[in-house]
Design a protein around this ligand. Structure first.
Ligand code: MF3
Ligand code: CO
Ligand code: CO
Length: 263
């Protein structure tokens, strides 16, 4: 199949898009809720329990991560040099100066909403603050490009250029993804690449952008737990993620939080 026809079978109907909006908003609300609990002394295991109970009891939704390919918890919590897929634990207690990514995916009415953001625990170092800001800029620059006719390679290139021009590095082994009834659908959304390459966006496509930006080298290592991804050089890493819909004229950020404005 050509890239064009691959995209056609991935676009969603108005009924499906309505469900994606609901799932996206629920995922965003979990991130809005958990912020107040992130402070020195709290464990990532406790953050997981709070999110789990909120998703189940308040949202009547399903935490998509729990038991996904054997993942043991309901959210991912990735602290400092952990790039992604950190497993919450009662023994991982946050301290001032830490940076943490909380990644939440909920299933509502069979559709997924997937989003993550960085939080500072107490006061961050200037370098950590800059890393977190540049990683968010990478996500926002990617989002701004989304409209019909744009190639995924255009978006990857833009993100890579922004990270590298700030002397940071983009992780290559993990990427964004199509999303819908399945957690991870086609297409793959790389956060690096060449303009004019890869799939061309079409109205009705839903996918995530979720750049992982490292303070040092781009290389990563998988811990023996088979989930936790860390930087090889143990320098800090930051990630932000939104679930997006390609519209006729541009983009809708399905997991937008109230603190965010997109035009
Ligand atoms: N939420 C992650 C993503 O952005 C995937 C986590 S999979 C898990 O795609 F199993 F680790 F939860
Ligand atoms: Co994702
Ligand atoms: Co995610």
């Amino acid at each position: 199949m050509s890239n064009d026809s691959i995209m056609k079978d991935l676009t969603k109907t108005p009924e499906e898009i309505a469900k994606m909006r609901v799932a996206g908003q629920l995922a965003a609300e979990v991130l809005e809720m958990i912020g107040d609990y992130i402070k020195p002394g709290v464990s990532t295991g406790e953050l997981d329990r709070i999110c789990h109970d909120y998703i189940i009891s308040e949202q009547n939704a399903i935490p998509a991560c729990l038991n996904y390919r054997g993942f043991p918890k309901s959210i991912c919590t990735s602290v400092n040099h952990v790039i992604c897929h950190g497993i919450p634990s009662d023994s991982k207690v946050l301290k001032s100066g830490d940076i943490i990514n909380v990644d939440v995916t909920v299933i509502k009415d069979n559709y997924h909403g997937d989003t993550s953001k960085m939080f500072f625990v107490g006061k961050p170092s200037l370098q950590a603050e800059r890393l977190v800001r540049v990683a968010q800029e990478c996500l926002y620059l990617g989002i701004e490009m989304v409209k019909p006719g744009v190639h995924l390679g255009d978006i990857g290139h833009k993100i890579q250029k922004h990270a590298e021009s700030n002397r940071f590095a983009v992780v290559r082994e993990y990427c964004g993804h199509g999303i819908g009834r399945e957690f991870h659908e086609r297409p793959q959304v790389l956060h690096f690449g060449k303009p004019g390459t890869k799939e061309k966006l079409e109205p009705g496509l839903c996918f995530t952008i979720e750049p992982m930006v490292n303070a040092g080298q781009r290389h990563c290592r998988l811990l023996p737990d088979k989930w936790t991804v860390v930087t090889k050089d143990h320098k800090y890493s930051a990630q932000w993620e939104h679930t997006l819909l390609v519209t006729e004229i541009g983009v809708d950020v399905l997991t937008r939080r109230s603190e965010e404005a997109f035009d």
